[in-house]
Write a new protein. Structure first.
Ligand SMILES: [Zn+2]
Ligand SMILES: [Zn+2]
Length: 363
């Protein structure tokens, strides 16, 4: 099969021929239909997030089950599934206490070092690593059965793919982590793929006011289509002051969807007293954060990291698919362009300019 391989860091992706193994007892083999380009893959390409090269990136995908392992009970050949990187074991303390998105056994479920490789280079037989046990920038995927969930084939492939990362991360942050209440006020910093889904999640939750903050006018326009009631262009001056002024003292919930320390600080600054800022964007590993500690205590404010929207993807993703089919969740507007696997590097170049919503590879 053809796949886009990250050979060195930092580096672009190289299209190569790979062989893919047969499913182990609890694995499923997928024919990839579509995969979105997510910032997290770009972070790995730039060396801001760890990745063991050579590897195949891509994690926001949907596909069709081609074969299943001997012990697989949750999938059948021919199923259309969406993948999610929150592989779960069902047995660790976190899984048993209902926090499967924080499963501590995830790495042991996916094929890591010391196991038979899922992917090998056709030319020399060398091991090629999987990203997050998925590796969706490839025509086929070999994944654990707890890395995918069946979704109606009525959802077009390019939209279905986005459910597995951008949508579940954004909407999940609102529903599962912050539990936004009806009638509340919300600020969202960063109106890209994740941010627009936080915005539409807040709207679905009944927030009265949803304020989008970004530097790019075109992203702020996109934010309005997802339900932002107000927009603030942070390049025009004091975004924190503007939001505090607009809400007469700060918002009930703030979300940072970029992964930068200064914008996390802004998210904290926009809060009403006694409220919490949610960090949804993934900052580069090792980067610190300066927090006004005394102010946090004296004003009862908090800051909380949210991993992948605190999702229970086997139930969340079908729910989101149904909301889309009911016309209540916007996915069409998220897809900026469909591209081929060969255009993956061009897609990431475009992402670096910060203007696009989502580019989706169609197979
Ligand atoms: Zn992602
Ligand atoms: Zn677990």
């Amino acid at each position: 099969m053809r796949a886009a391989v990250l050979e060195s860091v930092p580096g672009d992706l190289v299209i190569d021929e790979l062989a893919i193994d047969n499913p182990g007892p609890r694995e499923i083999l997928l024919r990839t239909e579509a995969c979105g380009l997510c910032h997290s893959d770009l972070h790995v390409m730039l060396g801001d997030l760890p990745g063991q090269v050579p590897c195949v990136l891509g994690h926001e995908a949907c596909g069709v089950v081609e074969a299943i392992g001997s012990d697989v009970t949750t999938h059948a050949v021919g199923d259309r599934v969406v993948t999610c990187l929150n592989t779960f074991c069902s047995n660790c303390r976190e899984c048993r206490s209902g926090r499967s998105w924080l499963c501590t056994e995830r790495r042991n479920l996916n094929r890591g070092p010391g196991t038979a490789p899922a992917l090998t280079r056709t030319s020399d037989g060398a091991r090629v690593n999987q990203m997050a046990g998925l590796s969706a920038f490839a025509e086929m995927m070999l994944v654990h059965e707890h890395s995918a969930v069946k979704v109606s084939a009525d959802v077009p492939a390019d939209k279905a793919a986005l459910l597995g990362c951008a949508v579940i991360t954004g909407v999940g942050s609102v529903f599962n982590a912050a539990k936004v209440k009806a009638g509340s006020t919300v600020a969202v910093i960063g109106a890209g793929g994740i941010g627009c889904n936080i915005i539409q999640g807040a709207k679905l939750a009944g927030a009265e006011r949803v304020i989008a903050v970004d530097l790019h006018p075109e992203k702020l326009e996109l934010a309005k289509t997802f339900g932002a009631t107000d927009v603030v262009n942070a390049s025009d001056g004091d975004a924190v002051g503007d939001v505090v002024e607009m809400t007469k003292g700060g918002v009930d919930y703030s979300f940072e969807a970029i992964g930068l320390a200064p914008t996390v600080q802004q998210a904290i600054g926009m809060l009403r007293v006694g409220q919490t800022a949610y960090m949804v964007g993934v900052p580069p590993v090792g980067r610190g954060l300066e927090i006004p500690a005394g102010m946090m205590v004296l004003t009862g404010r908090g800051v909380q990291g949210v991993f992948m929207g605190s999702n229970h993807f086997p139930t969340d993703i079908p729910m989101l698919a149904n909301l889309y089919l009911d016309g209540r969740l916007k996915l069409d507007e998220l897809v900026d362009e469909q591209i081929t696997l060969d255009q993956v590097n061009e897609g990431y170049e475009r992402m670096k300019t910060g203007t696009a919503a989502r580019s989706v590879i169609m197979f």
